[in-house]
Design a protein around this ligand. Sequence first.
Ligand code: AHG
Ligand code: MN
Ligand code: MN
Length: 329
Amino acid sequence: MSKTKTLGEFIMDGQSAFPFVSGQLTRLLTDISVASKIVSHQVNRAGLAGILGDAGSTNVQDESQQKLDVIADDTFMRILSAGKSVAGIGSEEQEEAFICGDEARNGKYIVLIDPLDGSSNIDVNVSIGTIFSIYRRVTPVGEPISEADFLQKGTEQIAAGYVLYGSSTMLVYTTGTGVNGFTLDPAVGEFFLSHPQMEFPEVGSTYSVNGALLDTCTEPTKKFVQRCHEDNSLNYRARYIGSLVADFHRNLIHGGIYIYPSLSNKPNGKLRLLYECSPPSFIAEQAGGIAIHDNGRILDVQPTELHQRIPYYVGSKNLVEAMQECLSS
Ligand code: AHG
Ligand code: MN
Ligand code: MN
């Protein structure tokens, strides 16, 4: 009888298929899974542990931080910086990129992370997530890392993934050879391969956009949503959780598009290129989907700032192509 693979076995298999890859990436992916199990545990018992609510602080984006935002950020920072494979970490919750200590000078990788995505859903027991992205450093190993290590195009990602803290906890990731999803069995504290080779369905019919923003968003998004309302051919449905990870995951499984458009008061939208756009875009493309901004592919954008924002349209091919048509007409 065959046994379901654990995440650890799956990562090791990947490494043996590419023997030239050093163990550092294996170690790093393992560290991410360990940190996510700790966060998952905290999320599950948040109502009991007195860690719901506002932390009384704001992050670099001037958004108020929830206690769990801070706990998740501390957990990932602590675990990733203790491993020897990471030279630097950019976190949505921290203004400056974090340069790991001397021991990490030889670390090959740079991590960009949104430690807890969907802050407005933390206190109400609705799905939230973590999004991560891994790049190879561009400065030579042994030298101090620089801004250029953090500001790399999405096409340079070595791996990207997310953890969804939902009715079950799932870790979904890609290293550029397809997308695989693992479900945490809380009884044994292990992720098992539950969703091998994930692909967007050929045709999606769900659109996810914050409807309250439609008055202030640009014409193409208004037009796209109008089309969804008027076109009866696909049985469109609107679903918006307000946690990108959860909306993206549902759309990946059932087919759909997630939209955070350009707004009259926020021309670059809200979502952050390096933490919220590039990683799911890599996953989307690996799963047969598309990810764009107002005039091009998300993965081709050269970042100029760590916390840069960008309009974002990601999901099933048919829907993102329809959006693209609205953007270019
Ligand atoms: P974060 O909690 O990391 O700040 O991200 C929240 C993001 C995203 O997850 C979500 O889809 C979006 O913000 C919701 O924004 P609106 O409330 O403006 O719709
Ligand atoms: Mn986020
Ligand atoms: Mn966040």
